[in-house]
Design a protein around this ligand. Structure first.
Ligand code: ADP
Length: 367
């Protein structure tokens, strides 16, 4: 009987396609440490993010593919995830240990941008990723309240700010530093930009898979500074179904487009209300606002979050719903959105990797 070879195994495995990246798992380098001895097959499947929506599907497809290879007696697979770098680090010595930076933006205040940023950070962290949260909403930093850490003792080590630790997240907020009620209003453009740069660059974020930056609403200095100071993976836009919110969201989208900053996609908050009596979804503010934006501006629609008193109480009492009620439908909606966001980051990372490879092989012009 012919012995099965590594080539045959790889050929079969390359029929498994990552549904997000639309590439086969072998050419994406997801098969690691492959050993094949006398029909005993062993390898590690390294997924692109622990929060990938298709992790189970890919694992299943791999098992099916292996079962179709003749001559495999035993099969052993370890499944891990290594988040891909979604930002070009070669031009960026600052923050080189942060693989992805996601700016969370909105057209106007009160749409739940901070709530989404925080619960997104917690969800990604719960999936096993290393996550930081920078509250850059300088005029109304709400993350300390939402995490129940009003006053953090910020420490400096080697001239670097040490982030606070909360529920597995590394957190820095303008709210930790100042009596913002009295001070924030007097800050102007250059000072604000300077503070943001310091929070980004002079903080010891250490190794992070995702740094979530909660931006102030609108298109002011902070989003501009973030977009122009360091390479970021992209911007997540939070909106609500109401026309007004959607229209201002479009302005923010326009600004990031002009700056050539990738848009990860749009999440709609307060989309619907689940009736406690009949369990039905009621689209109290109208249906499909964010979906329309996503279609019109060709950016991914990444999820809808219900209007829910548990979400509000969680934010207002410093006990986010992802921690207090992780099995609730609201928490599930955050999880679904976070998976889609992580998947989009992997897609942007794969695109970046391709662009960098194309640049590397480009022939140097001869004179
Ligand atoms: P923004 O950052 O856009 O200003 P916040 O995240 O601070 O908005 O949210 C504004 C208010 O709305 C907060 O009181 C928050 O608890 C509440 N909120 C946010 N999202 C929801 C939701 N899905 N359901 C109920 N209340 C929400």
């Amino acid at each position: 009987m012919n012995m099965v070879g590594v080539d045959q195994v790889l050929e079969k495995l390359s029929t498994v396609i990552d549904p997000d990246l639309k590439k086969d798992i072998v050419s994406m380098g997801m098969i690691k440490d492959l050993e094949l001895n006398d029909g005993n097959l062993k390898f590690t499947l390294e997924l692109t993010t622990p929060a990938c929506p298709f992790n189970a599907e890919i694992e299943d497809d791999v098992r099916k593919a292996v079962s179709q290879i003749q001559g495999i007696k035993n099969f052993d697979m370890i499944v891990t995830a290594k988040v891909m770098e979604g930002r070009s680090l070669d031009v960026d010595t600052a923050l080189a240990t942060v693989k992805n930076i996601i700016g969370v933006a909105s057209g106007k205040g009160g749409v739940g941008k901070s709530t989404v940023a925080l619960n997104l950070a917690l969800t990604l962290s719960q999936s096993g990723a290393k996550v930081g949260l920078l509250d850059a909403d300088i005029y109304g930093p709400s993350i300390p309240l939402m995490l129940g850490i009003q006053k953090a003792n910020m420490e400096f080590e080697d001239n670097k700010l040490q982030p606070a630790e909360s529920n597995g997240l590394k957190v820095v907020s303008f709210g930790f530093f100042a009596d913002q009620e009295h001070q924030a209003a007097i800050y102007r453009g250059p000072i604000i930009s300077g503070i943001l740069k310091q929070f980004l660059v002079d903080t010891n974020w250490s190794n992070l898979d995702y740094l979530i930056v909660d931006l102030p609403p609108g298109t002011g200095d902070i989003p501009l500074t973030l977009a122009q100071t360091i390479p970021i993976t992209g911007i997540l836009v939070v909106t609500t179904p109401q026309e007004v919110a959607s229209n201002v969201a479009v302005k923010a989208i326009g600004m990031f487009n002009k700056l050539n900053i990738p848009l990860i996609g749009v999440v709609e908050n307060m989309s619907y209300f689940i009736c406690p009596n009949c369990n039905e979804k009621h689209y109290v503010f109208g249906e499909g606002g964010a979906k329309k934006i996503s279609e019109k501006h060709n950016i991914p629609f990444l999820g809808e979050i219900p209007l829910n008193s548990g979400i509000m109480e969680g934010s207002d009492k410093g006990k986010p719903i992802m921690l207090t009620n992780p099995s609730s439908p609201s928490a599930e909606s955050f999880r679904k959105s976070a998976k889609n966001i992580a998947a989009q980051c992997s897609i942007l990372a794969a695109k970046l990797r391709e662009e960098m490879q194309a640049e590397a092989v480009e022939p140097t012009p001869t004179s």
